[in-house]
Design a protein around this ligand. Structure first.
Ligand code: SF4
Ligand code: SF4
Length: 219
């Protein structure tokens, strides 16, 4: 009896292995039938998505040296150097810096800053030869971000999320086209159809049903 059990368990393992092997090969063959997608960086660049979290921009004039950004940062990264002006009884900012060699771009500091003096930009090219150059002071942080769409030397490509279903090239994107993904309202409607208990709109959330305006590449 034990011998038969062993044979059964061995046969099950063989079948499972064959199934997993088939799944892996299926994935490989699926990718073999897809077209190549290549972005010829740095001559071509993808347009970052709307909520891309790139290099942080800092507006010194708005900063009140409250240090909220330091407290909400998971690694206490922003360095806020201030002194108390005894005449005005207000904090005065000496210097502000963020080291992008350490920052994880979580966006907490931007989210919680009470005066909105921090914002995330679409700048992602932060390569340097010396990592200390990534420690940006308030002057470097205050520099306005560069946009790929404003660079005449670059042919811009839309991220694939912004292309219609099936299109793999920005040139296939006709005017008035829309992204392939679903809008939040469409997801809620589909969920409500599947389960009538689900509300069609998220409570307290303003939904923007209009299709996302397409960004025009300059290339
Ligand atoms: S949270 Fe904003 S206002 Fe407060 S210190 Fe940081 S950057 Fe300045
Ligand atoms: S993005 Fe995140 S890790 Fe970077 S400074 Fe802000 S809170 Fe800290």
């Amino acid at each position: 009896m034990k011998f038969l059990e062993k044979i059964g368990s061995y046969a099950k393992e063989v079948l499972d292995s064959a199934k997993y092997l088939g799944q892996g090969l299926g994935l490989v063959f699926n990718h073999m039938s897809r077209s190549d997608i290549v972005v010829q960086y740095p001559y071509e660049k993808l347009i970052p998505s709307e909520r891309f979290r790139g290099r942080i921009h800092f507006e010194r004039a708005k900063c009140i040296s409250c240090e909220v950004c330091v407290r909400v940062c998971p690694i206490n990264l922003p360095v806020v150097d201030w002194h108390l002006n005894k005449t005005t009884k207000k904090k005065e900012l000496y210097s502000y810096s963020i080291d992008f060699g350490v920052c994880i771009f979580c966006g907490n500091c931007v989210e919680y800053c009470p005066t909105n003096c921090l914002s995330m930009t679409e700048e992602y090219e932060l390569s340097v030869y010396d990592r200390h150059e990534l420690n940006f002071d308030d002057v470097a942080l205050g520099r306005l971000p560069s946009r790929v769409l404003d660079d005449p030397m670059v042919v811009t490509q839309r991220e694939f999320a912004y292309l219609p279903k099936g299109a793999i090239n920005a040139a296939d994107y006709g005017s008035g086209g829309r992204r392939s993904g679903q809008l939040p309202s469409e997801i809620m409607t589909a969920l409500a159809k599947a389960d009538p208990q689900v509300p069609t709109k998220e409570p307290g959330v303003a939904t923007n049903d209009a299709p996302h305006p397409p960004q025009e590449p300059n290339g």
